[in-house]
Design a protein around this ligand. Structure first.
Ligand code: ADP
Ligand code: MG
Length: 142
């Protein structure tokens, strides 16, 4: 499997719980490298643009409020099969359905406040990475 890049976000609930280090440790121990990192605090409008694909969903407004409720840490992860590997380490969207030992099983509070975001395809990863980072912010290691 080829080396890929994916966007991870450590969401406001996980930043507030002070588990940034635990989450990054899981990425590194599973062969992913952090090649860009940025802490930011999105406005609701920016969160809405990031999650525009969900704008028709009933939870969209709440999701934008939650994602702009505190600082987040955006990361670019690089490694073999990075998109699927990150999704596997995250666990299911609903923490009640997440495999034991996944980030969401261990740190998510609810289906909304679920600790992390991860791109769901290489194509979406490229778009999402460009939302937060310019070329000069990204430091390839593979
Ligand atoms: P994932 O983050 O696992 O890719 P989705 O792309 O389906 O999940 O949803 C994006 C985010 O929207 C989720 O991570 C979660 O924060 C929120 N969300 C998804 N489904 C619901 C729901 N039924 N109720 C409230 N929030 C939700
Ligand atoms: Mg998604």
């Amino acid at each position: 499997m080829a080396v890929q890049r994916t966007l991870s976000i450590i969401k406001p609930d996980a930043v507030a719980k002070n588990v940034i280090g635990d989450i990054i440790r899981r990425f590194e121990e599973n062969g992913l490298s952090v090649i860009a990192a940025r802490m930011t605090h999105l406005t609701a409008e920016q969160a809405g643009r990031f999650y525009a694909v969900h704008r028709e969903r009933p939870f969209y407004r709440d999701l934008c409020a939650y994602m702009s409720s505190g600082p987040i840490l955006a990361l670019v992860l690089e490694g073999k099969n990075a998109v699927a590997l990150n999704r596997q380490l995250m666990g299911a969207t609903n923490p009640a359905e997440a495999e034991p030992g996944t980030i969401r099983a261990d740190h998510a509070d609810s289906i909304e406040a679920n600790a992390v975001h991860g791109s769901d395809s290489e194509e979406n990863a490229a778009t999402e990475i460009a939302f937060f980072f310019g070329d000069l912010d990204i430091h390839a290691r593979a």
